[in-house]
Design a protein around this ligand. Sequence first.
Ligand code: NAD
Length: 354
Amino acid sequence: MDSFEYTANTPRVVFGSGSLKKLPEEVSRLTVSRPLLLSTPQQLRQAADLESILHGKIAGLFSEATMHTPVDVTERALEYAKLSKADSVISIGGGSTTGLGKAISIRTGLPHICIPTTYAGSEMTPILGETADGRKTTRSDPKILPTTVIYDVDLTMTLPVGMSATSGVNAIAHAVEALYAPNTNPIVNLLALEGIKALASSLPELIDDPSSQAARSSALYGAWLCGTCLGAVGMSLHHKLCHTLGGSFNLPHAETHTVILPHALSYNAPAIPEVMKKLADVFPGSEGDAVRGLNVLLTKLKVERSLKAFGMKESDIDNAADIAVEKPYKNPREVERDPIRELIRRAWAGEEAR
Ligand code: NAD
């Protein structure tokens, strides 16, 4: 076995249907008593439920979390946290709300209990992306990791089917790139393959029956493992491309990951034969070809396959290719402009990856 380094940097996890009821215990465990609740306006009801679970013992509720963690929203939330004498934060929602929780926690040192309701995986990473003046900056610091994560499948039952599918593929993408990360290791490989397996089998079940708690539970478990991979090792072509496309052309996060993943995998395939074999084993219907397996999964999930459907223009392709090759980073296959332009063109047009 090759030498490797592994840092187990993870929050405490409480997993299971109904685990939200353990919130008061988790708050006491941290010896805090005045949490500030965070949510988006769309999830205000779920946040209000937390208030009753905590018998009203909260500092307040801030429901303005929004995409890309804008710094002006964080500053308003910080002001509210200070005025209400909050001694902790509890975020309930997807990556956007988790981002706000992280942004407050890293600035104040307040402990952060995170209750994820999508499969984005941010709760397992020490990474925070924030926007100011239209620019997104990302930083990584172990102190950004939430203190406690509560995964309660019941909260994901309301996640619309389309979002469940794309959010699930977003999670799979973390694990796929973890398998060929420059600093990958055997532990992360185990988590990645188990996470992909759980999602690849549960997501189609969930599409057929959105009320299946078993399928949603398995998807959430997979998302946790995939999020751990994202937090543990460096990401490459796929994540860099999605970051560029999302940031420069205002494309939606999980949907962009879903369109790009088969193309990024196909681009890297010649440089990662061992990884392709492992992936082919965990994608049902792959017939020994991981890209085919991923295409089969995406067809079952009935997800949008083109970037143009999200408003990207054909004239943006060249600009996107230029930005994508601007800053060098580690990737199994050299990142060259012409084939990257072709990758983006195919994804823009919605052509199937081969
Ligand atoms: P999101 O948090 O933006 O949520 C999208 C919408 O769905 C919101 O309106 C939200 O309120 C709603 N929603 C969430 N869960 C729901 C549920 N169970 N039922 C009904 N509605 C629900 O979307 P996301 O994809 O989870 O997160 C995307 C953001 O997270 C991006 O900004 C991305 O950059 C960030 N992210 C960061 C990391 C990291 O490690 N820092 C990792 C992954 C994603």
